[in-house]
Design a protein around this ligand. Structure first.
Ligand SMILES: [Zn+2]
Ligand SMILES: [Zn+2]
Length: 215
C-alpha cells in the first residue's frame, strides 16, 4: 500500500494564496530541485537530497492526491515514458535547469544494456524497436513482437564463447536443433520463468504456445 501522506503534504507545492482556484489542479508531472531532503526516491528507495533534481508523478489515490518522487536520473532509467511526457509538457517551473532529454534517454539505454549483460539466456521480451534481427533466419523482428533470447556458442579467436542471440518465436524450435545452440530445450520453460519476471502467466503461455513442442 502506498502511504503518500507520509511525504507528500510537506513537499507538495504550496497553494498560491492569492489566486489559486478552490480545488488546485496538480499537473500530472513536476520536475524540480528538491526543496528538502525529506522525500524518498520511489525507484531506488534512497533519500533525495535537497536541491537534487526530482520528478514527481501525480498519484490520485484513495488517500489523496500527491506526487510520488523519483530522482530524475532514476526515473530516466526505469520509466523513461514518464520523463518524456514530463518534458513534452515542460513540467518544470521557470528557472529550473533540466538536462537535455537525450541525455536522460542515453541513461536508459546504458541501464538496459547493463541489465541485458547481467542476464543469462533464456528470456523473452517484446522487441523495443524494429531494428533487431533474428539470428536464426536473419530476418527483422518487428517492433512489439516477442523475441526469445537464447545462448549461442561462437568461435572467437579460437575460443568458444556463449553469447545471447535474439530469435523469433517461430524460429525457436529450429534454433534448438542447431549445434551452436547453448540453451538446453529441457531448461527452456524453467529458464524462461526464472529470467522473465516481468512476464505475466498469460504472456508465458502465449510464448510457450507459439514456440511449440521442443521434444
Ligand atoms: Zn533514485
Ligand atoms: Zn527467425
Amino acid at each position: 500500500m502506498l502511504h503518500i501522506q507520509d511525504d507528500v503534504p510537506e513537499d507538495a507545492p504550496a497553494p498560491d494564496a492569492t489566486d489559486a482556484p478552490e480545488e488546485e489542479q496538480l499537473a500530472p508531472y513536476l520536475i524540480e530541485a528538491a526543496r528538502s531532503s525529506r522525500s524518498k526516491c520511489r525507484t531506488c528507495r534512497r533519500k533525495i537530497e535537497k536541491d537534487m533534481l526530482r520528478i514527481g508523478v501525480l498519484l490520485e489515490g484513495p488517500y489523496g492526491t500527491g506526487y510520488l518522487w523519483h530522482h530524475l536520473n532514476c526515473a530516466a532509467r526505469k520509466r523513461i515514458e514518464d520523463v518524456e511526457a514530463a518534458y513534452e509538457q515542460e513540467a518544470w517551473a521557470e528557472g529550473v535547469k533540466v538536462p537535455p532529454l537525450a541525455e536522460l534517454q542515453e541513461l536508459k539505454e546504458v541501464a538496459e544494456k547493463k541489465a541485458a549483460d547481467r542476464k543469462s539466456p533464456p528470456w523473452a521480451e517484446r522487441a523495443k524497436s524494429g531494428r533487431s534481427k533474428c539470428k536464426h533466419c536473419d530476418e527483422t523482428i518487428a517492433k512489439g513482437d516477442w523475441r526469445v533470447i537464447l545462448g549461442r556458442e561462437v568461435e572467437f579467436f579460437g575460443q568458444t564463447r556463449t553469447g545471447p542471440v535474439n530469435i523469433h518465436l517461430d524460429c525457436v524450435a529450429a534454433e534448438f536443433q542447431a549445434e551452436h545452440c547453448a540453451t538446453e530445450p529441457e531448461e527452456f520453460e524453467a529458464g524462461l520463468r526464472a529470467n522473465s519476471a516481468d512476464l505475466s502467466e498469460a504472456d508465458l503461455k502465449e510464448i510457450l504456445g507459439a514456440v511449440g513442442d521442443l521434444g
